[in-house]
Design a protein around this ligand. Structure first.
Ligand code: ADP
Ligand code: MG
Length: 235
């Protein structure tokens, strides 16, 4: 919590109120599982970080001005260590072409999560003038808008309430393992909803927050969920 406080204070001191580098750290400070990774500002560093991470990586442009990174070709998945430096240049070029005056904070190099076995979910919070902090849970990734399969609760939520959220969306059978797929670790998802609830309750300055996707992964006693993308606005 102290760590989260420091992170938010440092953002408050800047003029833009969107977090770049700090967003993942904030989740991490609240025990929400995030993939290994770092934000780099050179092709050389991109290669170094990629080499330090097992397997292929995912690389993404980091900019407060680019909200939907994949829409502009700002996300590269399955990048080998050897390609990391070139991919860095590609991502920067694409972002520059898309919006020449965009502030580019760098490129995020991230451990690649196995989406074949996982389910992309969304966990978010919006402050409603009437109800206060509204937590949202639903099917995530590119399907959010299409499916509109979400459910809401006012934070803070209890564990049973968080569990209900995971049970009442239409896609709930996907989480339980439909069509011969392994069920995902629902408890890891519930835990994440609870921790996010705590975070936004502790910090009213967080106006809006979306983890999309939170990848729910099959039970394997490891880290069974991964917040691979987070966007937030602070006061
Ligand atoms: P944006 O939402 O801004 O387009 P994301 O970081 O959410 O950017 O990436 C878009 C999509 O790329 C995700 O929904 C997911 O399908 C895939 N993706 C992103 N990061 C990872 C990762 N670390 N491992 C595997 N797939 C990823
Ligand atoms: Mg996203």
């Amino acid at each position: 919590r102290e760590r989260a406080f420091e992170i938010l204070a440092s953002v408050h001191d800047r003029d833009d109120n969107r977090l770049g580098v700090e967003a993942m750290e904030l989740l991490d400070a609240y025990g929400i599982p995030t993939p290994e990774g770092a934000i780099v500002d050179s092709p050389e560093r991109a290669a170094e970080v990629a080499e330090g991470i097992d397997g292929d990586v995912v690389m993404k442009i980091v900019s407060p001005d680019i909200l939907h990174k994949s829409d502009i070709g700002g996300v590269a998945v399955g990048v080998s260590d050897a390609d990391a430096a070139d991919t860095y240049e590609d991502l920067i070029t694409r972002a520059r072409n898309y919006q020449p005056d965009a502030t580019l904070l760098g490129v995020q190099v991230q451990e690649m999560v196995d989406l074949d076995d996982g389910v992309e979910t969304i966990v978010g919070m919006n402050r409603d003038p009437q109800f206060g902090p509204l937590l949202m849970f639903g099917l995530g990734g590119i399907f959010v808008e299409v499916m509109e399969d979400t459910t809401f609760r006012v934070a803070p939520v209890s564990e049973p309430e968080a569990r209900e959220m995971t049970e009442e969306i239409r896609s709930a059978p996907l989480l339980r393992g439909a069509r011969g797929r392994d069920p995902v670790d629902i408890d890891a998802v519930i835990e994440t909803i609870g921790r996010l609830s705590q975070l936004v309750t502790d910090f009213p300055a967080i106006l809006e927050l979306d983890i999309n996707p939170l990848v729910a992964l099959p039970d394997d006693d490891g880290s069974n969920a991964a917040a691979v993308d987070v966007r937030l606005t602070v006061d």
